[in-house]
Design a protein around this ligand. Structure first.
Ligand SMILES: CC(C)(COP(=O)(O)OP(=O)(O)OC[C@H]1O[C@@H](n2cnc3c(N)ncnc32)[C@H](O)[C@@H]1OP(=O)(O)O)[C@@H](O)C(=O)NCCC(=O)NCCS
Length: 177
């Protein structure tokens, strides 16, 4: 938490090649602190993951991009929002989004800024729809999606397998761009 500086200290920008390690650190910290229990992945980032991130950030493909939030005071990556769409086929107009914020920076409106910026970019690139999936119990994520204009399009039974071995239902969100 960066008291007193608020939003001004947080920069939102597209991820570039040098950001992969920072994003991996964000993920690892979230897992260590038990904060990312409703994300689609449940393991620490590996060297291979970092290489994959680097490749995505460097290639700058139209259909796959990532926006990140940076604390300008210490240079830390404190949030990430991904967009991925198929390159061809009948679903090429829509992309799937995923988001995460560092626990120390949560509830400050950073995800809202990050998701809105990513949605703008998807629209600018010609995509017609954004989609996301979140556990029904992931209150923060559900609120965030609604706040950013996503609508619930359905509910999946057992959409997520939790670390406890239990299943959680998920909402499927959609937003027409
Ligand atoms: C979900 C997440 C990205 C929200 O990030 P954030 O920066 O805290 O979100 P914001 O501050 O922009 O808040 C967005 C809205 O959600 C609400 N919110 C956020 N976290 C909340 C929580 N834990 N409980 C209740 N409401 C919450 C905020 O109050 C705000 O709504 P409001 O403006 O109506 O009050 C963040 O909590 C996170 O990274 N969680 C762990 C990873 C995860 O679950 N990712 C998503 C997988 S689908």
């Amino acid at each position: 938490m960066i008291a007193g500086l608020g939003h001004m200290a947080i920069i939102i920008r597209k991820a570039g090649k040098g950001d992969a390690k920072g994003v991996a650190r964000l993920w690892d910290d979230g897992f260590e602190r038990g904060y990312f229990g409703y994300t689609g992945t449940n393991r620490r980032r590996t060297v291979k993951d970092i290489r994959r991130f680097e490749e995505v950030y460097a290639k700058n493909k139209r259909n796959e991009f990532v926006f990140i939030a940076i604390d300008s005071v210490n240079g830390k990556v404190v949030g990430s929002c991904t967009f991925f769409a198929k390159k061809e086929g009948r679903t090429r107009h829509r992309g799937e989004m995923g988001w995460a914020i560092h626990l120390d920076y949560s509830r400050q409106g950073i995800a809202t800024r990050l998701v809105k910026r990513t949605l703008e970019e998807a629209k600018r690139r010609g995509f017609k729809k954004a989609e996301a999936e979140a556990a029904v119990k992931n209150i923060g994520s559900v609120r965030l999606a609604k706040k950013c204009g996503f609508k619930i399009e359905g509910r999946k039974k057992r959409g997520l397998l939790l670390d406890s071995g239990r299943y959680a239902d998920t909402y499927v969100f959609g937003k027409v761009l």
